[in-house]
Design a protein around this ligand. Structure first.
Ligand code: GLN
Length: 454
């Protein structure tokens, strides 16, 4: 099959289903076809050597793309076209995949259902009345609906893993600093990571192999060699020690979800692994600490969207302060404003010690919980989310219920460790996700276990 045929198939599928799924905010049909043609011409010249040669990809719309509109699903950036690429885009270009467009998300990656998109909510391809999860809902939906071979997402508190679970695909959040954040529009810089969403663990390892690695344009990037993830897939799990945190199977976790995770553990036992119950005692404070830290960082990061430097500017030309105010009040959605206010409050003098500093101390305790367990076990396993996908509109007026949904993914970001979500069955026709958490920079073991189970 030629690259043009492959890219045509992807574009046709998008035309066929995306009017219902709404995974895409921008489709670069002409550019994608032109690039496919160029790649086809390379076959026979240098053989098409790229590791992801010709594969149609979708990119979450908070990853900047040269010459292609990048909105973060915000009205404020409706007309923003970057002049350069994120590092991951340069790497994908070098690997010769073909970006077919930019994917829907919660505005500035704030949300768990995609309903905070400033444009239109993406839908779950398994059931269009249900959310695809968020914030990388477009990424998960596009892969699940067969619109692209792989997608890139970003994960600050679960935004790759939760939508992957809800849509029945594989989503990897690498170790913090493993993948360059240069060109990822910052939400909470100490938590954000880019990662791949795919249909299989093998595909996922191939994509991470290409996007991981040191980048001197990201001051937090890890200066470490990238091991061979693909090679790790062949290994078996005999003798591996799995930790199962009791907090991850407790109250609030749906019974079907629990049953599917127990089945998965039995499968892994059959393959020669053993598991034991452990405790991550500070997990109960993770959601509270996360919403203080993430909102604080967001309030600082989003100050740049003032109508002067990027995107839409309100037409209040005679008064600068008025222009800032109108641009931000009209351009930003309710959830984004809620976080900016919460973060500004938590960082203000007089409250800083009680909120932000306290939250950072809790974060250290959570990280120590993970360090302790991961010293004795190869991986930690539990569900990705307490339930399967919920109905569109079900939680929209209740931010606290929506926040609690991330209780099993957020601790992983606070600790900075890698974790994958892989499909582990269905409940009432909707997919359930299994979460496998690893030691820092040990994505290889995470992939090995995920592949053996899959
Ligand atoms: N749902 C979480 C939030 O709203 C996580 C988002 C994310 O990982 N980007 O902050």
């Amino acid at each position: 099959i030629s690259v043009s045929e492959l890219v045509d198939a992807s574009l046709n599928r998008i035309n066929e289903v995306d009017g219902q799924v709404h995974a895409f905010l921008t489709v670069n049909e002409d550019e994608a076809r032109a690039q496919a043609k160029k790649l086809d011409e390379k076959i026979g010249v240098d053989g098409g050597k790229g590791a992801l040669f010709g594969l149609p990809a979708g990119i979450k719309d908070n990853i900047i793309t040269r010459g292609v509109r990048t909105t973060c699903a915000s009205k404020l950036l409706e007309n923003f076209t970057p002049v350069h690429h994120a590092t991951v885009m340069e790497k994908l270009d070098a690997a010769e995949s073909v970006s077919v467009g930019k994917l829907n998300m919660d505005e500035f990656a704030m949300g768990s259902s995609n309903e905070n998109s400033g444009f239109i909510a993406a839908r779950n391809p398994w059931h269009l009345d249900y959310v695809p999860g968020g914030s990388s809902g477009g990424s998960a939906a596009a892969v699940a609906a067969g619109e692209v071979t792989f997608a890139l997402g970003s994960d600050t508190g679960g935004s790759i893993r939760e939508p992957a679970a809800y849509c029945g695909v594989v989503g990897m959040k690498p170790t913090y600093s493993r993948v360059s954040r240069f060109g990822l529009v910052a939400f909470a810089s100490s938590l954000d990571q880019i990662g791949p969403l795919t249909r299989s663990v093998e595909d996922n390892a191939h994509v991470l192999q290409q996007i991981a690695g040191f980048d001197n344009r990201d001051s937090t990037s890890a200066n470490m060699d990238v091991p061979n993830y693909v090679e790790a897939l062949g290994g078996d799990v005999k003798g591996m020690k799995i930790a199962v945190p009791k907090e991850y199977l407790g109250e609030g976790v749906n019974e079907d979800v629990r049953a599917h995770v127990s089945n998965a553990l039995r499968e892994l036992e059959k393959l020669g692994a053993t598991w034991e119950e452990v405790s991550l005692p500070h997990s109960q404070y993770a959601v509270a600490a996360y919403y203080l830290i993430a909102s604080s960082e967001a309030s600082a990061n989003l100050a740049r969207f003032d109508g002067v430097r990027y995107g839409v500017r309100h037409d209040a030309r005679n008064d600068l302060i008025e222009m800032y105010k109108k641009t931000r009040s009209e351009g930003l959605g309710d959830e984004v404003k809620r976080r900016i206010m919460l973060g500004t409050f938590a960082l203000s003098s007089g409250y800083y010690d009680a909120y932000y500093k306290k939250a950072q101390q809790v974060r250290t305790l959570i990280k120590e919980d993970f360090d302790n367990v991961l010293q004795q076990y190869d991986v930690i396993i539990g569900p990705t989310a307490p339930t399967t996908a919920f109905k569109i509109g079900e939680n929209i007026d209740d931010p606290l219920t929506m926040y609690a949904n991330d209780i099993l993914t957020i601790p992983v970001n606070l600790a900075g460790v890698p974790a994958i979500s892989v499909p582990c069955g269905f409940s009432h026709g909707l997919p359930v996700g299994l979460q496998i958490i690893g030691k820092p920079f040990d994505e290889r073991t995470v992939y090995k276990v995920a592949h053996a189970y899959e």
